[in-house]
Write a protein that binds this ligand. Structure first.
Ligand code: SF4
Length: 312
């Protein structure tokens, strides 16, 4: 088993001088925090297709109703085919990744709202996707992706980290096409995480796992992980977290004294009102679970979705 998750990162975010101007866009969250906990695989697709650094700038532009990757100075200089061919060529070698952090706004790497120049009208729309990022997401819809800019947001960062570490646990399953026990165990350990996203989906995936046997495991597991990761993409509201916290407390209700119960309920309320972070509540619950262990709860990744040392 690989000890650390492996994530892809746009090369310029790691401080590599691969941008069109010969510079970089080092992102300290990635280089100073995440890189201590994850194995980083850097890719610069524009260098990959042979454009050097420095190089003339390129952009997404609408040409004959198609979004093309062209030179900013001359739209007749078109790199679309090279970029698509390069991306397709390296895609199969990236399916082991547990996540990818793309550079926002890039015509090659941007995952969301990349500017597309509308040639005839002389303005931009902001709904494009970088060509390399598009190929990556199409080829691996289950692998979590984010942009460095969006990772500044606490909720988006936590959600991304939860998905990266969940996928890492999935990818660590040995002999996966025949290991029915590990498949069942994976679902069992992520029940509360799924419940925090969507109760109906949690039940649907539970049913999917229950109906899987040795003969069907190979074909059903890919559907499972794609569905699982799409559920995990959903934001978790404070209310849904409190529902799960109450569910956890239910397992402790016959063990805790009145003062402990009141303290927990007050802490849930403080979390709901943004006076306490979720991590503080989980710490308190884990303290009680150490005193009153529960085999079901102790394995729930909801209580420890990723290493605590990653400040999120
Ligand atoms: S955004 Fe992507 S293509 Fe552009 S310099 Fe960074 S890694 Fe290279």
């Amino acid at each position: 088993m690989t000890k650390k998750p492996i994530i892809g990162v746009s090369g310029c975010l790691m401080g590599h001088n691969v941008r069109f101007d010969g510079g970089h866009k080092r992102d300290r969250l990635i280089t100073d925090v995440l890189a201590d906990h994850m194995e980083i695989k850097t890719i610069c697709p524009e260098m990959g297709i042979g454009l050097g650094a420095p190089r003339p700038a390129i952009r997404l532009q609408e040409v004959n109703n198609e979004t093309r990757l062209v030179s900013s100075k001359d739209s007749n200089v078109d790199y679309t085919s090279e970029m698509v061919a390069y991306s397709k060529q390296i895609m199969s070698g990236l399916s082991h990744l547990d996540g990818f952090i793309f550079k926002k706004g890039s015509p090659s790497c941007g995952a969301y709202r990349v500017p597309v120049v509308i040639h005839t009208e002389g303005h931009r729309r902001h709904d494009g996707t970088g060509l390399f990022a598009r190929e990556f997401m199409d080829a691996h819809p289950w692998i979590p992706v984010e942009e460095e800019g969006r990772l500044k947001d606490n909720c988006l960062r936590q959600n991304f980290l939860e998905r990266v570490y969940a996928l890492h646990r999935w990818q660590a399953i040995t002999n996966p096409d025949e290991n029915l026990a590990a498949f069942i165990e994976f679902h069992a350990t992520h029940k509360l995480m799924l419940m925090s996203r969507n109760h109906a989906e949690y039940r649907f995936l539970g049913q999917w796992v229950a109906e899987t046997n040795y003969a069907t495991l190979k074909t059903r597991r890919q559907y499972y992980i794609e569905h699982f990761m799409s559920v995990m993409r959903k934001d978790v509201t404070k209310g849904r977290h409190v529902n799960v916290l109450m569910h956890i407390m239910g397992y402790l209700k016959n063990k805790l004294n009145r003062a402990d119960k009141v303290e927990l309920l007050n802490s849930f309320e403080s979390f709901r009102n943004s006076h306490l972070p979720l991590s503080a509540i989980l710490l308190l619950l884990k303290h009680h679970l150490r005193k009153y262990p529960s085999p079901y709860l102790s394995k729930q990744s909801y209580l420890a979705p990723y290493p605590q040392e990653i400040t999120a």
